[in-house]
Structures are given as C-alpha cells and as structure tokens.
Design a protein around this ligand. Structure first.
Ligand SMILES: C[S@@+](CC[C@H](N)C(=O)[O-])C[C@H]1O[C@@H](n2cnc3c(N)ncnc32)[C@H](O)[C@@H]1O
Length: 418
C-alpha cells in the first residue's frame, strides 16, 4: 500500500490536537473524521493507526526524532508511518527525510534504556516497578504497547458459542474460543462486525474477555435482584442480564445519561427485558434508597484511571497523573461505600476496576473492609471455582495483558455476613 502525502498532512493535524491531551484521543479522531467527511475508509484507518502507534511509542519516538530536520510533529508521523507501512510506502517525502528515516530505522531499539522502551511516564513506570518488579513491568509494558485483539461475547439467550464459532469460521473469520470466559470468542484479525447478521441480530457483542470474566464472577442467577451500579453503556449489564436468563430485576445505574443512552440499542439487540436503566445524580442519590438491603448482587464497575486498557486507549497513560489517581481513589471509596448499602444480608458485592494500580484496587478494598464490618472478603479462588473458571490469581481477580491476554482488570468479591 502506497500512502498519499495528504494522509501525512491529516495525521499531523490530528496528532497536534491529540498531543494536547485536552480530550480522549478516540473522541478527537472521530470529530476530525466528521469534520473531514471526504476522507475514505483506508485513509481514516491509516491516520488513526498512526496516531495510536505514536501514542504507544512516544518516548522512543521523541528520542529518535531529536535528529532530523523539519517540524517534530512531522518527524513523529514519519516514524509512525515507517514503523507500520515501511519507508518505501511513504509517498511525497523529501530525499533528506528518506535519508534520515533510513538512518533512524536502523537504530537497535532494544539497546535503548529499558525505561524508555517501556514508553510509560516516569511516575507510572516507577509505581509498576514497585508493584511488579522491573522485569515483569517491562514485559507488561511491552504488551500494553501493542493493539488488543477483538473479543466477542456470545449472547447465550440467542445462540451457543459453538454455533457462533461455526458461523464466523464459515465467513471465514480467524477465531477461537477464549480460554477463561465461558461465552467468549477471540478474533485474530479485526473485521467489520457491524454488517454481520450474527451481530445485528444480537448473537454477539464486543467485549474483552476480562470484562466478560468480571460479569461472570458476579454470579448473578435467575430471578435475583441485581444492581450494576456503574453500568455505563452496559457492557457488563448485558452479560449479567443474560446470566439471569432474562428473569428477575437488573438495575443499571449511571451518572451519565450519554452512556446510558448508548446502552439502549445494545439492549434492543440483546433481547433482554429484565434491565432497568436509571440515571442517578451521584452515588448517594435518593432513588437508590428504596433498594437498600434488598439486592442479591451489586456490581461496582468503578470509574478508574483505565490504565489496564492502554492497548485500546494509549493516550490514557499520558493523560493520567498521580493527582488524578488520588481523586479517583476518593471517588472509588465513596461509590463502594454507598453501593454496599444496597446488598441484602447474605448477598454479594463486587468491586472492579480496569486499573493496574494498588491505589485504586487493593487499597480501596482494605479501606472498605476496615470501615464496614458487615462485609467479609470472599477469596477469589472460591469464587472462580464456583464459576468453573480455571484460573488462579490469589485473593483477588487480577488480570494482566501479558499473562492472560486480556485487558488489565482487578476485582474483589465481598459477602454481607451481618
Ligand atoms: C468503568 S465505567 C463502566 C463500564 C461499564 N460497566 C461497562 O461494562 O461497559 C465506569 C462508569 O461509572 C460511571 N460513574 C461515575 N461516577 C459515578 C457515580 N458516582 N455513580 C455511578 N456511576 C458513576 C461513569 O459514568 C462510567 O460509565
């Protein structure tokens, strides 16, 4: 594929805006495409992939772009494009740029300092090293800096995993069953899923295997009253509703009406009728009170730094700071404490994040247990055994991309014993 010079110009413009980190990269890119409606699918793909590649490799690219001439933005774009498509695919570059690229692309990046190769901000790298040690942090960072596969969850109200696999393989789509989640399918190559009847008719939804497992460990059953406290666009709500076999009552709370609105078409496709989406003003909203002490299961899929999802959202590592983590932790503690009031005696509360940091995970759990003595921790080993999941991650669910090929997730399960 030979890239026209105007792909480079557009990529530079998008990158300039994305690197201000004033808004999420995916939002900036979508808006740019809306404003430049004439851009074709291929160009859009190349622009987005290049911007994401630059975000993933920012420290190494900043270092490599110290040499060369012209604007740094252009040099970053040239590096991104050359890494993805090769130097010969770049149309409209000057002789000088070609000589420079030939030189920098020969540099052995494995000899650069490990911290630079990890392409993480200093504060994050240091925290991960404290938690996981340098070798594991390095392996984790390498995988966090690669694109994620596309995982699907089969809606077992409509079809079976084997059936869905058969339909996909007939297309043909290169895919396989996920190793841990019971309804997951992993695609080795991304496809235009939106046009497939299997998707349009609600047979499958896009969902990372880790996210599927989180819903699975909630253990929601037929006829129960279940609350998805931070339901967002309903990724886990849909999985919970299916686990309940479309019976009982499933409340889907969120503070964001925009996110809840995105759940609507997904709910329609899924065929679920046991879900009640409710917008709340905050975690202590009076509308929650009438459910106090009545719920069998409450899931708190908490707002978090999202650092476990860097494969999909590489801008997050540059947008989060130690200060935003402190703010998050305060919010997480408040939401968990409030959601706990809904659980009935004998019921379960699940706290989950897609963060890799103890400040948002283990520390929130210990703070909660110290404050609310009605709850005890249910060891994850027991929970996973109950759910027939063949996985061992200690007292908590701790999923890591380099170990489990999922996004990074954390979860703790509590039982109300008083
Ligand atoms: C990690 S996302 C949820 C993702 C969703 N569960 C899914 O599986 O797709 C966290 C959600 O918490 C919501 N949120 C933030 N503050 C909240 C609060 N005080 N109470 C309830 N939800 C809140 C956000 O709007 C966001 O949708």
């Amino acid at each position: 594929m030979r890239l026209s010079p105007f792909v480079m110009t557009h990529t530079e413009q998008v990158l300039r805006e994305v690197l201000q980190f004033a808004a999420p990269a995916d939002g900036v890119i979508s808006r740019y495409f809306r404003e430049h409606a004439k851009l074709g699918m291929r160009e859009r793909g190349a622009i987005a992939e290049t911007v994401y590649t630059i975000l993933r490799n920012r420290l190494v690219y900043n270092h490599l772009s110290e040499s060369g001439t012209g604007s740094q933005m252009r040099r970053l774009v040239l590096l991104g494009l050359a890494d993805i498509y090769g130097i010969d695919a770049l149309g409209g570059i000057t002789e000088e740029e070609k000589v420079w690229l030939d030189h920098v692309m020969k540099i052995d990046r494995s000899r650069l300092p490990k911290k630079m190769q990890a392409n993480l901000p200093d504060w994050l790298y240091d925290r991960l090293v404290r938690q996981y040690g340098e070798d594991e942090t390095f392996r984790l960072a390498k995988v966090l800096n690669t694109p994620a596969p596309l995982d699907l969850r089969v809606n077992t109200l409509k079809t079976k995993r084997e059936e869905a696999l058969k339909v996909l393989k007939e297309v043909p789509v290169d895919c396989e069953a996920t190793p841990y989640a019971s309804s997951g399918i992993r695609l080795r190559k991304k496809i235009a899923l939106q046009n497939m009847p299997l998707f349009k008719e609600g047979g499958v939804e896009v969902q990372d295997e880790g996210s599927q497992l989180l819903a699975q460990i909630v253990g929601a059953k037929r006829g129960e009253m279940v609350v998805d406290f931070c339901a967002g666009a309903g990724g886990k709500t849909l999985a919970l509703g299916t686990a309940m076999r479309n019976t009982g009552r499933l409340y889907a709370f969120d503070v964001s009406d925009k996110r809840l609105a995105k759940m609507k078409p997904r709910l329609a496709r899924s065929g679920l009728s046991n879900v009640h989406p409710i917008q709340i003003a905050h975690e202590r909203d009076v509308r929650i009170k009438r459910l106090a002490g009545k719920s069998d299961r409450v899931l708190v899929d908490s707002p978090c730094s999202g650092l476990g999802t860097l494969r999909r959202n590489p801008d997050l590592k540059w947008r989060q700071t130690p200060e935003t983590i402190v703010e998050m932790a305060e919010k997480q503690q408040a939401i968990l404490e409030s959601a706990a009031r809904l659980v009935k005696p004998g019921g379960r509360l699940v706290y989950a994040t897609c963060s890799l940091l103890e400040d948002e995970n283990e520390k929130i759990v210990s703070g909660f247990l110290a404050k609310d003595e009605r709850f005890v921790l249910v060891p994850m080993q027991k929970v996973l055994k109950e759910g027939k999941v063949d996985l061992e991650t200690g007292d908590f669910l701790k999923l890591l991309p380099h170990r489990h090929q999922t996004d990074g997730f954390f979860a703790a399960v509590f039982e109300r014993v008083k």
